[in-house]
Design a binder for this molecule. Structure first.
Ligand SMILES: *Cc1c(COP(=O)(O)O)cnc(C)c1O
Length: 403
């Protein structure tokens, strides 16, 4: 039998669907600009020049490849399987987000755009995009809810230092949803000189595909590095899931291999609506922010309030590819609550000298449990970011434990 097209080439389909999930639910005025982005991406993703430029940036500016590290002390402490870390925390600016922001900015540059525009919740995407804009000499405008601006002061300062303009969203609840509305409105005012740059594998087609492809460098590198270290594939690959970009990045390297893929969602303070952001675990099908996926809804069917100590993973929807892969049984979706994430945060810090982002700590906590129940297995975790941004919050709310 003729072999099928590789998964990453055949998914999503030409309309951006992963099974029934994905698509582009956008106002008519956005159809043309999104078509421009889609066509440019289709062309550039096959362009030698574009890919060469991207490789150069990753090596000389971002510091790729990031290492894979065998966390022996943590593994010994868990007393079971072996835990390996893909060190995305060692990326320039301390997280995986620059992988797609640099590629999006390069795309904008090729399209002749002058300005990058986006929304941000906790500010992480805004900081990464402001970094990319500075590198490429582009303007950058970040929309952020007024409530989030007050809450995430250090990231607001970072964006401003990097030369970005931060625009407060002052209507409604003044958080992420309003920031999305505000950013889209500003983008609509001028789609000729501005490009919208989405911060995860979410939003209308082609962003879930594009951002996945840009992040897939994580999985491809990790596969090669892990094989070089051990002569085999890992048994498990684990990543936290907010929108799902760092997870799709890691999973992309192993999607057609006999490797169990685990997405870890934030269970926050518990299973009650409003106390968590475990979308795939508790959500239902629905359209939000321009794509069909699984989402957490309130009684009126609107995006529900969410909570997690990992401010980059408290999102009431999830990338459509994650909904699809879970549906077909290719991935397993697990959860980790705030307390277990804090425990993993301190354990990794004290046993390995690595302070993880609170988001990444969710994946580490899950891997620690997996190691206990699977003593013979090798577990590869995507350490999506470093935890410097979280230390003040953590020590204020959770006393530093005795080692
Ligand atoms: C933003 C962020 C995440 C969550 O985003 P995904 O798109 O789900 O990967 C995870 N970890 C860190 C460090 C982040 O900054």
């Amino acid at each position: 039998m003729q072999s099928q097209k590789p998964y990453l080439e055949s998914m999503p389909d030409e309309n951006g669907y992963f099974g029934k999930f994905g698509g582009a639910f956008i106002p008519p005025q956005l159809e043309e600009p999104f078509r421009e982005i889609r066509e440019a991406y289709e062309k550039l993703s096959k362009s030698h020049e574009y890919l060469h430029e991207l490789r150069k940036i990753r090596k000389h500016y971002q510091g790729r490849p990031t290492p894979v590290y065998y966390a022996k002390n943590l593994s010994d402490f868990c007393g079971g399987g072996q835990i390996y870390l893909k060190r995305e925390d060692l990326n320039h600016m301390g997280a995986h987000k620059l992988n797609h922001c640099m590629a999006e900015a390069l795309l904008a540059k090729y399209l002749g755009k002058k300005k990058l525009i986006a929304e941000t919740g906790a500010g992480q995407h805004g900081v990464a995009l402001a970094t990319a804009a500075a590198y490429f000499g582009l303007e950058c405008e970040i929309h952020m809810g007024e409530v989030d601006i007050a809450k995430e002061h250090p990231n607001v300062v970072r964006m401003k230092i990097l030369g970005a303009k931060v625009v407060p969203a002052t209507h409604g609840l003044k958080t992420l949803k309003e920031a999305v509305d505000s950013a889209f409105e500003a983008y609509l005012a001028d789609t000729d000189t501005q490009m919208f740059a989405i911060g995860s594998v979410v939003g209308p087609h082609p962003f879930p595909r594009m951002v996945r492809d840009f992040q897939s460098v994580v999985g491809f590198e990790a596969k090669e590095q892990f094989f070089e270290m051990t002569g085999k594939l890992p048994d498990h690959a684990v990543a936290c899931v907010g929108g799902g970009s760092n997870a799709m990045g890691l999973f992309s390297g192993f999607i057609e291999d006999p490797v169990a893929l685990h997405g870890v969602e934030p269970l926050g303070r518990g299973a009650k609506l409003g106390e968590h952001a475990a979308t795939l675990t508790y959500g239902e099908e629905g359209v939000m922010h321009g794509f069909n996926s699984i989402m957490l809804k309130d009684a009126e069917g609107n995006p529900a309030p969410v909570h997690s100590i990992g401010s980059g993973i408290d999102y009431p929807s999830v990338g459509p590819e994650h909904a699809y892969l879970r549906d077909i049984g290719r991935t397993t979706v697990g959860t980790c609550n705030d307390d277990d994430a804090i425990n993993a945060f301190y354990k990794l810090s004290q046993h390995e000298g690595i302070i993880p982002a609170l988001e990444s700590a969710h994946a580490v906590a899950y891997a620690m449990k997996l190691a206990k129940t699977h003593p013979k297995d090798a577990i590869l975790v995507n350490l999506s970011g470093r935890g410097d941004k979280d230390i003040d919050y953590v020590v204020e709310h959770y006393p530093i434990p005795q080692k």
